[in-house]
Write a protein that binds this ligand. Structure first.
Ligand SMILES: Cc1cc2nc3c(=O)[nH]c(=O)nc-3n(C[C@H](O)[C@H](O)[C@H](O)COP(=O)(O)OP(=O)(O)OC[C@H]3O[C@@H](n4cnc5c(N)ncnc54)[C@H](O)[C@@H]3O)c2cc1C
Ligand code: FES
Length: 260
């Protein structure tokens, strides 16, 4: 983990409210693993909490990119970042997805910008499997070409039916899980809490392993402020708080204690 002054090389809209920011960041890019994130200081943003966390989307040849959606003050301010600007970045942060036990035919489940770390993962492993991408509308479905060009099977769902099957991503996952007939595929998921919880509960009920990348508001991003804690169940059944930025953001679904 280091602080790096990254130079912006490309900044473009990829779909709807989503943009890709490509940076020259050799130190961070060289050390990045799928599921890790960077903490960016948003240029020209006044206020107390100046950094925002973003999953690493690509890390190759000294370049690193993120895929972000404008949802508030920080991400709207990021829209004005120009090619040639310098961005102050801490990273790579967090544990990343465990890839050793990935096995045959894994399932990747993404909601919205959750495709970013899963696209990175898909390009870093030798196996191929199925990617489930869900969103509210067609404008939230990203990176399909990334996965297909790597040889992954893509199943798309949108809540309004504007692309792929109409409904939630978990409905498509249910169909696929029923087809697995005794296999125990590993699941990797990133997206909104409701989706993560639903994916995790299905996987745990089926006896499958699921790795979920949690999305929590962050302060420091490096384990010092406790702004990002999540309840986690230990092997003895006791519950403790873990820091999503430092102990996560990826956790085994079977140990996450979701709020009621
Ligand atoms: C590990 C990690 C990886 C992330 N990766 C990405 C990514 O690849 N691409 C991307 O676009 N975003 C990602 N995010 C979320 C991103 O950090 C937030 O969208 C961003 O901080 C919002 O800042 P803002 O100032 O624009 O919004 P704010 O003004 O702070 O908030 C705007 C709205 O978004 C909600 N919000 C803000 N942050 C979060 C959050 N973390 N989780 C849920 N709701 C939130 C607020 O409640 C509010 O309703 C990630 C978050 C984490 C923790
Ligand atoms: S954001 Fe400060 S401890 Fe996680």
């Amino acid at each position: 983990m280091q602080i790096e002054k990254a130079i912006v090389r490309i900044h473009e809209r990829v779909a709807g409210d989503y943009r890709e920011l490509v940076l020259d960041a050799p130190a961070t890019a060289g050390a990045a693993r799928p599921g890790q994130f960077v903490h960016l200081r948003v240029p020209r943003l006044d206020g107390s909490v100046l950094r925002r966390p973003f999953s690493i989307y690509r890390a190759r040849d000294a370049r690193l990119s993120i895929l972000y959606k404008s949802v508030g003050r920080g991400t709207r301010a990021m829209e004005s970042i120009a090619v040639g600007d310098t961005v102050d970045m801490i990273g790579p942060l967090g544990n990343g997805f465990p890839l050793e036990g990935i096995g045959e035919n894994p399932a990747l489940v993404a909601g919205g910008y959750g495709v970013a770390p899963l696209s990175f993962l898909a390009g870093e492993v030798d196996v191929r499997g199925t990617v489930f991408i869900g969103g509210a509308t067609a404008r939230d479905i990203l990176c399909v070409g990334d996965f297909e060009s790597l040889g992954w099977t893509v199943r798309i769902t949108t809540e309004d039916g504007s692309l792929g099957a109409k409904g939630l991503v978990t409905a498509a996952l249910d169909v696929w899980m029923a087809e697995q007939q005794g296999a125990s595929p590993v699941h990797y998921a990133c997206g909104p809490d409701g989706m993560l919880r639903a994916v995790g509960e299905r996987a745990v009920a089926a006896g499958h392993t699921a790795w979920l990348s949690l999305d929590k508001h962050m302060g420091c991003g490096v384990g010092a402020c406790l702004a990002c804690v999540q309840k986690i169940r230990g092997e003895d059944g006791s519950v403790s708080w873990k820091r999503v930025c430092k102990d996560g953001p990826v956790f085994d679904a079977s140990v996450i204690e979701w709020d009621a």
